[in-house]
Design a protein around this ligand. Structure first.
Ligand SMILES: *Cc1c(COP(=O)(O)O)cnc(C)c1O
Length: 370
């Protein structure tokens, strides 16, 4: 019998830091569609799937980690949570904190927060403070706040976030029957690449849940292998590619506008252990991939979410993409978060609707039907 998806904690409780008595805070996140991308598949002469994380309750993959972080915060007696955010973390934290009855404080950097994300945090009643600084400065303040005051930090430096987010990899394997050959995704603060790699590794080996109170015993391996991980930063915010922090990160892909990723070393480990790469893509390549996804695959994402697709197209152009492989690309957030980019033509001008008179013949002519 069909049943409603129960959220990632209940679906994967045997592999998460929860016990029977845990009060689960969930909005039904996860269970997102894995969609075959026919045009990309034709381009690379392989099988390309996109994991559409915009279909989560607040419109990004952040919900996978937030259900776990807020659940753990409640279990530890929290009354308030704080996060630094380029937008989606705050939208997610505010929603889950509200459901749990916690207060939520959000620190956002100056400028360039997408309207959709800001309105979510405000709608859910978060206290929003705009800090005179960039994301990395916000995270610094949020960390110190949580060390010195009674608030819990729910950024991805909180290990519960990584635990929740690793379920993305589980779902890919569960849907395809095994790990893909390659997994591509955007890299900002590098929590997600860390989480996917953890998930893929745990699914490829026998696993014993280390959490006290978790069911005892060893779970069998689910997949026979792990994928090669390819991560993509924006060219103006590519510290891992450059090998040093970037003081003034700059990209229109605001969700990955980060100059000093908190999970830097873990991202390098995912790259090196999987035999993969972390590379950069320009804003132009990101916008082209964003347009490709919406116009050719029927999937509308926010710009940062298209970085993995931009990376695949770039490396196909460089001749680095072998044929006959299976590729999964996480597209991280929904297009409605930051819709303005769809309303620009390739030359940068605004899209204007074509005006027609109130007349069926004129409309038919405009549609090329006569
Ligand atoms: C947070 C976010 C990213 C970056 O993920 P990290 O875990 O910080 O690397 C990419 N895309 C979107 C839409 C995001 O919200």
């Amino acid at each position: 019998m069909a049943h409603q998806w129960r959220g990632v904690i209940r679906e994967y409780a045997d592999r998460l830091p929860v016990s029977e008595s845990t009060r689960v805070v969930t909005l039904g996140e996860g269970g997102t569609p894995l969609i075959e991308a026919p045009a990309l598949s034709r381009l690379v002469e392989g099988e390309v799937w996109v994991k559409f994380e915009g279909m989560n309750p607040t419109g990004s993959f952040k919900d996978r980690g937030m259900t776990m972080a807020i659940t753990a915060a409640v279990e530890q007696g929290a009354k308030a949570v704080v996060c630094a955010s380029t937008g989606n973390t705050s939208a997610s934290a505010a929603a889950y904190a509200t459901q749990a009855g916690l207060t939520c404080a959000v620190l956002v950097p100056e400028g360039k927060i997408a309207m959709g994300k800001l309105s979510q945090a405000i709608a859910h009643g978060a206290t929003l403070l705009q800090v005179d600084g960039n994301f990395d400065n916000c995270l610094d303040v949020a960390r110190k706040l949580s060390e010195n005051y009674p608030v819990f930090l729910v950024n991805s430096v909180n290990p519960n976030r990584i635990e929740g987010q690793k379920t993305g990899a589980f779902e890919v394997v569960d849907a395809l029957g095994d790990a893909p050959d390659y997994h591509l995704l955007p890299v900002g603060n590098a929590g997600n690449i860390t989480a996917y790699w953890k998930g893929y590794r745990e699914y490829s080996q026998p696993y014993t849940n280390p959490h006290p109170g978790a069911p005892a015993g060893e779970l069998p391996a689910v997949s026979t292998r792990t994928p090669v991980m390819w991560g993509f930063q924006a060219a103006g915010a590519a510290p891992i590619v450059l090998g040093h922090p970037v003081t003034d990160p700059d990209t229109l892909a605001t969700a990955i506008r980060i100059g000093n990723p908190a999970s830097w070393e873990q991202a390098e480990a995912a790259r090196d252990e999987s035999g993969g790469l972390i590379d950069s893509v320009t804003d132009e390549e990101i916008l082209a991939a964003h347009r490709w996804l919406s116009a050719k695959e029927g999937v509308f994402v926010e710009p940062a979410s298209a970085a993995g697709v931009a990376g695949l197209i770039k490396h196909h152009g460089l001749g680095n993409v072998p044929t006959g492989k299976r590729w999964v690309i996480t597209v991280t957030g929904h297009g409605l978060k930051d819709p303005q980019w769809a309303l620009r033509n390739a030359d940068g001008s605004d899209v204007e609707p074509q005006r027609v008179p109130f007349d069926v013949v004129a409309v038919a002519e405009a549609l090329g039907l006569s």
